[in-house]
Design a binder for this molecule. Structure first.
Ligand code: SAM
Length: 262
């Protein structure tokens, strides 16, 4: 399968250190729904394995922290967007929330549903849904999570507004996104992220090109204060961010304002 890149990734660490390119061709990424769905259908069979491997199992703790950061009463209704193989929704369920897990890639969703069935009990409910056009009424959910999914949206502003739409006033969000450390680890991390990680992905995943898309899409995505600004524009404020694992991942939290942003 071809990489979801219209142009070659600026893979060298030096290029990555320069930061994201400006303009509409920023990163040269193709984020049309069909391409993204096809790419994740390709990585689905080995997605969990590679997640654990490439994060040295830290991903389990990150999702637990995101679920806890929602800080809602037990039994609250939570939407997990871009749920993939379902781990973030399971983590939210473990906090005592009722969870709807939504994704538009059916092979990923099928793996999530299998996981929920194996876990037994009243697990999350899996729903096929595009995050840019959610099939839910206004003000349905008490909270929303999205882990490593938002950077794939073709229109991030529209996606955030859609999340705000389905949240009740004062509904809370907790989002995880990959980030680039800003400390002394920045350079070695960029080497791992842009050189080593894509090589491992190419070897182990049936859709290895997705692991070139991963660093490219992270470098192209607004991080920390820049992302908090976008949250506020969508009516999700005050936004806060917290670095996890020395800044390799960022946890964002916010609350839907009482009146929706227009
Ligand atoms: C990197 S995976 C993250 C999966 C999961 N949240 C996790 O923590 O491992 C990104 C997921 O987002 C989904 N996705 C991307 N764009 C989407 C959209 N517009 N609507 C619904 N799902 C989308 C993909 O199908 C994929 O399953």
């Amino acid at each position: 399968m071809e990489a979801r890149l219209k142009a070659p990734v600026k893979a060298p660490v030096e290029a990555a250190l320069e930061g994201p390119a400006a303009g509409p061709e920023s990163g040269g990424l193709d984020k049309t729904g069909g391409s993204i769905r096809e790419m994740f259908a390709g990585v689905a069979p080995r997605y969990d394995l590679l997640n654990r491997l490439l994060s040295a199992r830290r991903d389990v703790a990150w999702r637990r922290q995101a679920a806890a950061a929602l800080a809602l009463p037990a039994d609250s209704l939570v939407l997990d967007l871009c749920c993939g193989t379902g781990d973030q929704a399971l983590a939210a369920g473990n906090e005592g929330y009722r969870v709807v897990a939504a994704d538009f890639c059916l092979p990923m969703l099928a793996l999530a549903r299998r996981k929920y069935a194996a876990a037994g009990g009243e697990g999350p409910l899996g729903a096929g849904a595009d995050s840019l056009r959610l099939p839910f009424a206004d003000e349905t959910f008490d909270g929303a999570t999205a882990s490593f999914g938002l950077r794939n949206l073709a229109d991030l502003d529209a996606g955030l507004r859609e999340i705000a739409r389905v949240l009740k006033p004062r509904g809370r969000v907790a989002f995880l996104e990959a980030a680039v450390p800003r400390n002394v680890l920045r350079r070695p991390y960029l080497w791992y992220f842009t050189v080593v990680l894509p090589r491992i992905g190419r070897r182990l995943s049936p859709c290895g090109s997705a692991y070139a898309y991963l660093p490219a899409s992270v470098l192209d995505f607004p991080q920390r204060d820049d992302f908090v600004t976008l949250l506020a524009r969508a009516g999700l404020a005050p936004g806060r961010w917290r670095d996890l694992s020395a800044g390799a991942v960022c946890l964002y939290t916010a609350q839907r304002e009482r009146r929706r942003a227009s």
